[in-house]
Design a protein around this ligand. Structure first.
Ligand code: TYD
Ligand code: MG
Length: 454
């Protein structure tokens, strides 16, 4: 084993100490000391630190550098490929975070099993081989070239990689790894950072794409140092309500593509199913017309989605009226209610208002405002809105209907799904393509109300 010297450094002022101390004597900050390697004796047997890393780079003309864009590895999982920006880039390192139980290990194992033309090594520090095998049987795909390794020491992992030479490496999870170069326990900041940098070196030198599964802390951040997110090429986040079946895959950082893409999965008994046409599942099928339901054409990242908003307005049973919302910002709901009260004369101040976005999604797109307002009015007046009508506009503080971005995409999606009428802002009319769907261009909430409920 290589001899390594390590010391503790204050992350705030850079002071050095041989031992861990809680309170930095030079800058007086608390809990800032982290173990770092200061000197590593070259170990010939450690792959990843090969002679290649010693070469001296010379400046190159940008036009003469080979682009790796056309060498992306195509992957079977279309949702994941979309979020990654169109396939896996060789040598890229992807950090994949999400709450416990959301399905990170499932998605990664599924990826390993679906790529049956590639040699995939799935390293797990959390589950036994038997557990993984059982999960693989549930998922139902088989890949004769999928290898499972239960190991947590990076040195041992690299040893196996040397003989196996996988095309894709999956580490589940980075918090369970430890390197022999640092004494602290797995999951500590210095271990995570050192293990990640060893893997990063491996990825870049061998051009192997690496997935790192990462844990999420209580407040929703990726566990470990922030520097981990700086080191990797792509940060993906798997989210969703654990009580609902839909899971969203977003990218927070992507060096090889846009971060606006969104992947949608449905958790089933047999693993995660890719949802290629999300709008159909987010709108409930109903035979009779019900009041309090409005459909909005929103955008999640780059994807147009039609989402159902349900509202219930009833007389307040207790003194203070309740406002509750699932999937929509409560403060924005209060604002919309105030607009309806002040500008349109609806007495909602004495009513309970409940709002729910179907499918367990969380929507931040302001274009859902008009749909929310119409669902509330529909419930309050107890008049159903035709299921062939949808909405895409923002509502301003004075009750004006404001334009939204990429309205053409929303309109085309609504038309594709068989909607016959759409309400948009009149300021969105310019440059619209010719469509078959009937467009209501409105500028005030009152106009919408008149056209809908007469
Ligand atoms: P898992 O991938 O273990 O989550 P993570 O690695 O993010 O902690 O997913 C666990 C959940 O997924 C578990 O609660 C059950 C559910 N699940 C299914 O519903 N169907 C399946 O086929 C699989 C494999 C898991
Ligand atoms: Mg897991």
């Amino acid at each position: 084993m290589a001899k390594v010297k390590s010391a503790f450094f204050c992350q705030s002022c850079g002071a050095q100490s041989a031992k861990w101390i809680g309170n930095c004597p030079s800058c007086n900050e608390w809990n800032t000391y982290v173990e770092e390697i200061i000197q590593r004796e070259e170990d010939k047997k450690t792959p990843g630190i090969s002679a290649k890393s010693q070469r001296v780079n010379t400046p190159q003309l940008i036009n003469e550098i080979n682009s790796s864009a056309d060498q992306r590895i195509e992957i079977q999982d279309k949702e994941l490929a979309r979020v990654l920006g169109g396939g896996l880039v060789p040598g890229s390192i992807v950090l994949f975070g999400g709450e416990p139980g959301i399905g990170k290990s499932t998605l990664m194992l599924q990826l390993a099993l679906k790529e049956n033309k590639l040699k995939v090594l799935y390293v797990s520090g959390e589950e036994s081989e038997q557990q993984i095998r059982m999960r693989a049987e549930r998922i139902g795909y088989t890949n004769p070239n999928c290898y499972i390794l239960t190991e947590t020491s990076t040195q041992n992992i690299f040893k196996q990689i040397e003989t196996l030479e996988p095309n894709i490496l999956i580490i589940d999870s980075i918090q369970t790894l430890h390197t022999a170069h640092i004494d602290s326990s797995p999951g500590s900041i210095s271990q995570i950072r050192e293990c990640a940098s060893e893997l990063l070196r491996f990825a870049k030198e061998s051009s192997t794409p690496v997935f790192l599964v990462g844990h999420i802390t209580k407040d929703g951040n990726l566990a470990g140092p922030k520097i981990l997110e700086h080191m990797v090429d792509t940060v993906l986040q798997f989210e969703g309500d654990r009580n609902h079946v839909y899971r969203l895959l977003r990218s927070q950082k992507n060096r090889f593509g846009s971060t606006n893409e969104l992947g949608i999965y449905e958790m089933q008994g047999s693993g995660l199913r890719e949802v290629n046409n999300p709008s159909e599942i987010l709108i409930t099928n109903r035979d009779e017309q019900l009041s309090g339901i409005a459909i909005s054409a929103t955008l999640e990242g780059m994807r147009p989605l039609l989402i159902e908003t349900q509202a219930l307005v009833s007389s307040a049973a207790y003194g203070t009226p309740q406002r509750s919302s699932t999937g929509f910002d409560l403060r924005r709901l209060s604002m919309l209610l105030a607009v309806l009260e002040k500008r349109c004369g609806f007495k909602l101040g004495i009513k309970d208002v409940f709002l729910n976005i179907a499918g367990g999604l969380r929507v931040d797109d302001p274009a859902i405002d008009l749909g929310v307002v119409c669902a509330i009015l529909s419930s309050s007046e107890d008049i159903a809105i035709s299921p062939k009508v949808c909405f895409a506009a923002e509502v301003g503080l004075s009750g004006e209907i404001r334009p939204v971005t990429r309205v053409d995409q929303r309109i085309l999606e609504a038309e594709k799904l068989g909607f016959e009428e759409i309400f948009i802002s009149k300021y969105n009319l310019k440059g619209l393509p010719k469509v078959g769907i009937k467009i209501h261009a409105v500028s005030k909430v009152e106009e919408v109300f008149e056209q809908l409920f007469g």
